[in-house]
Design a binder for this molecule. Structure first.
Ligand code: FES
Ligand code: FES
Length: 156
């Protein structure tokens, strides 16, 4: 069974005909060519696929694309879309704090961190750890990731 969905991604309208079972993650990566959003587990356990839907962070691998009619999606590519744009404060904080090694988890960490800060859950390192716990980093950069979220939360 297939369906049609039209949604906004990083400010641009997109329409697609998709199998009803297509995840937002596969729609972004395979049909829209937005490969910044990563597939780690494809099962809701790692957070690598985190994007914002209508301002709220979600695991794109668990989100059915057909249900997003009219939604506004923001991916890592939407944060500083043009070469001469300033980086988003949390992107800059990840660089300043050296908060990544391989970088595979990083787009998800950044999108989740933006959600965490917006939700008001970045008041202390403990709180950040708790509310970022859905984002796994196999390189073990957790201390620096928390520092980066703290930095960006302070810069709001
Ligand atoms: Fe979505 Fe792991 S790929 S949570
Ligand atoms: Fe390698 Fe997080 S930087 S998984």
């Amino acid at each position: 069974p297939s369906g049609r969905v039209s949604l906004t991604v990083n400010g641009e309208r997109h329409a697609a005909v998709i199998d009803n079972r297509t995840s937002l993650l596969d729609l972004l990566r395979e049909q829209f060519g937005l490969t910044g959003t990563k597939k780690g587990c494809d099962a809701g356990a790692c957070g690598a696929c985190t994007v914002l839907v209508d301002g709220r962070r979600v695991n794109a691998c668990l989100t059915l694309a057909v249900r997003l009619e009219g939604a506004e999606v923001t991916t890592i590519e939407g944060l500083a879309p043009d070469e001469d744009d300033d980086l988003h404060p949390l992107q800059q904080a990840f660089i300043d704090q050296d908060a990544f090694q391989c970088g595979y988890c990083t787009p998800g960490q950044i999108m989740s961190g933006i959600g965490c800060i917006r939700e008001g859950h970045a008041g202390s390192p403990e709180e950040i750890r708790e509310w970022m716990s859905g984002n796994i980093c196999r390189c073990g950069c957790y201390v620096k990731i928390v520092n980066a979220v703290e930095q960006a939360a302070g810069a709001k």
